[in-house]
Design a protein around this ligand. Structure first.
Ligand SMILES: [Zn+2]
Ligand SMILES: [Zn+2]
Length: 285
C-alpha cells in the first residue's frame, strides 16, 4: 500500500469559486463518511496559505494586487498551498502520492493575467518552489479538464523541463513538450485516447513527478460539452497512476476542484483516493 496525503482547507469548501462551489465540500466530506481518512496509510493535512514571496516568483505584482481585490484571494492562497505542500511532501517522501483539493481553478492563470475562475497557478508555483527547495527539475502535467490550460501553457512555454499534455478543443503542439489533444466526448474514447497518447510520452520524457488536473467539467451533468460518466474518472486515474508507478516511483499529485454536481464528486473523490492508497475498495463497481 502507498501512503497518500489528502490536502484540504475549509476555506476551499466554504469560499469556492461558483463553478467549483458545486461540490468541493461534498467531495471532501464523503472521504470522512466513507471512513477513508482513518485508514492508517491515508494522511490528512490542512492546507496552509502560500506566501506572497513565492507567488511573486511566478506572477507579476500587478496581477497579485488584482487577485487580492477579486474576492477569491484567500481561497486562491489555500488552494495553491494544497498543491505546494503536497508536492513538498511527495518529494521528501513523507508520502507517496496525494489528492489535493482546491476551491478555485488554476490553469487559466498566466504570469500576468487570469480568468475563468483561476486566480493563481498552483502547479506553476509548486514547481517553482520544488525547484528552489529540492532541485527537482522535470515535471509532467496531464490536464484532462475540458478547457485549454492556457495559463499553464504560457508560463511553461519556453520550459523544456515541463511536459504539458492538455486535453482540450483541437490537436496541436507548441513544441515536443507542449501538446494539446482533442477531448473525447464519451468514456470509452476518452480512456482509449489517454492510453494511446499519454503513457509513451511520459516514459520518453522521464518526469520526476506527475500532476494530474482531474477536471470534472467533462462530466455529462457539468457545464462542459462532453458526455463522460462518473465511472470514467477512476479508470483514467488508474492509467495515470500506472504511468507514475512506472516512470517516477509513483510520485503523483491529483488536483481536484470538484467542478461538477455533488453526486459526481462524491463518486469520484473516494475512488481516486482508494486508488492512490491502494486500498482496493470499490472493486465491484
Ligand atoms: Zn474547465
Ligand atoms: Zn490545450
Amino acid at each position: 500500500m502507498k501512503r497518500s496525503g489528502v490536502f484540504y482547507h475549509k476555506v476551499c469548501g466554504e469560499k469556492a469559486y461558483f463553478s467549483l462551489a458545486m461540490s468541493v465540500r461534498e467531495g471532501f466530506d464523503i472521504l470522512q463518511q466513507e471512513n477513508l481518512l482513518t485508514e492508517p496509510n491515508i494522511l490528512l493535512f490542512e492546507s496552509e496559505p502560500v506566501t506572497e514571496e513565492l507567488i511573486l516568483k511566478v506572477h507579476a505584482r500587478t496581477m497579485l494586487e488584482s487577485v487580492k481585490r477579486s474576492g477569491y484571494y484567500e481561497t486562491a492562497l489555500y488552494s495553491t498551498g494544497s498543491v505546494v505542500q503536497a508536492t513538498e511532501k511527495v518529494l521528501t517522501k513523507e508520502i507517496d502520492n496525494a489528492l489535493a483539493f482546491v476551491g478555485v481553478g488554476g490553469h487559466h492563470a498566466g504570469r500576468t493575467d487570469y480568468w475563468g475562475g483561476c486566480f493563481l497557478n498552483p502547479m506553476a508555483i509548486a514547481i517553482e518552489n520544488a525547484r528552489q527547495r529540492f532541485g527537482t527539475r522535470r515535471f509532467a502535467i496531464v490536464d484532462t479538464d475540458t478547457h485549454h490550460g492556457d495559463g499553464t501553457r504560457e508560463i511553461f512555454r519556453e520550459d523544456e523541463d515541463v511536459l504539458h499534455i492538455c486535453f482540450c478543443e483541437r490537436e496541436h503542439s507548441d513544441s515536443e513538450t507542449k501538446v494539446c489533444l482533442s477531448q473525447a466526448s464519451n468514456d470509452e474514447d476518452s480512456i482509449s485516447k489517454l492510453v494511446r497518447e499519454v503513457p509513451l510520452r511520459i516514459s520518453d520524457f522521464k518526469p520526476e513527478l506527475i500532476y494530474w488536473l482531474c477536471g470534472l467539467d467533462t462530466h455529462k451533468d457539468s457545464y462542459g460539452t462532453r458526455r463522460l460518466t462518473e465511472s470514467c474518472y477512476p479508470k483514467l486515474g488508474a492509467i495515470i497512476k500506472d504511468m507514475a508507478d512506472n516512470s517516477c516511483d509513483g510520485k503523483l499529485i491529483v488536483k481536484i476542484g470538484c467542478n461538477a454536481p455533488a453526486h459526481v464528486s462524491e463518486y469520484v473523490a473516494p475512488r481516486i483516493l482508494s486508488l492512490l492508497g491502494e486500498l482496493n475498495r470499490y472493486q465491484g463497481d
